[in-house]
Design a protein around this ligand. Structure first.
Ligand code: FMN
Length: 220
């Protein structure tokens, strides 16, 4: 099957969104935590988090068009801070429910039963049930001309994770930490490693590195 740009444009809007959201591959499943300047909490699931650079440690995410009714963006701009919390298998239902359009005065923490976790001098809540959680300071925000979405760039200033999930090369064993992946806007996947490859060099063939084993570091 093949779709050209006319065929994609002619799809019913919900099918088009489902197609484009899934055809771009597996995504990370994260809960973005924010608060108003008065400390009222907000939580929203986002699949658009990507690594932008590691020195400084920058992360980007895309927020849908809309102004004040986008509570996450409004809070980020007001406080300059937000958190990113990995969704794990124990909290998929609650995490997904945060996508519902609750009015501003209702916190998704209260609505879903997830626990706000505050850290000293940091004005955005982490998610108590998450095993991997990051605190970020807003570094850049751009409203993108092409479609009105917002590019938000944050710098990681706090990282909380189980020490046993940290591998000797410095990376986190996400599989052992029970982090899930997303396709589209509705399907949650367990992350099972298939192969681990050594750093690619032009004069060497592809070589396997030791595969990380899924030991249940974090699973309940
Ligand atoms: C699986 C999934 C992934 C999502 N990813 C994003 C995203 O990357 N960016 C975004 O703006 N909204 C995303 N959404 C929609 C938001 O979660 C939803 O609009 C939410 O109500 C925003 O909350 P807020 O108004 O409190 O910021 C996603 C929804 C689902 C179900």
């Amino acid at each position: 099957m093949q779709l050209d740009s006319h065929a994609i444009a002619d799809l019913p809007s919900q099918k088009r969104a489902a197609f484009v959201n899934s055809v771009t591959g597996f995504k990370s499943a994260n809960l973005v935590g924010t608060a108003t300047t008065e400390g009222a909490t907000n939580l929203a699931i986002m699949s658009s988090v990507v690594h932008l650079g590691s020195h400084p440690p920058l992360v980007a995410l895309i927020i849908r068009p809309g102004g004040e009714e986008r509570h996450t963006l409004a809070n980020m701009l007001a406080t300059g801070c937000f958190t990113i919390n990995h969704v794990n298998t124990t909290m998929i239902e609650a995490a997904h429910q945060t996508a519902a359009r609750y009015p501003q005065q209702i916190s998704e923490f209260d609505a879903t039963g997830l626990t706000p976790e505050w850290h000293e001098d940091f004005p955005a809540p982490m998610v108590g049930e998450a095993y991997i959680k990051l605190g970020l300071q807003l570094r850049e925000h751009q409203a993108l001309e092409i479609n009105g979405t917002h590019l938000v760039i944050g710098e990681i200033v706090k990282a909380l994770f189980p020490e046993s999930g940290l591998m000797t090369d410095g990376s986190l064993n996400l599989s052992a930490c029970d982090t899930v992946a997303l396709t589209g806007l509705d399907t949650y996947h367990e992350g099972l490693p298939v192969k681990r490859m050594a750093y690619a060099k032009p004069d060497l063939p592809p070589r396997q590195a030791q595969l990380m084993v899924k030991s249940p570091i974090c699973a309940a």
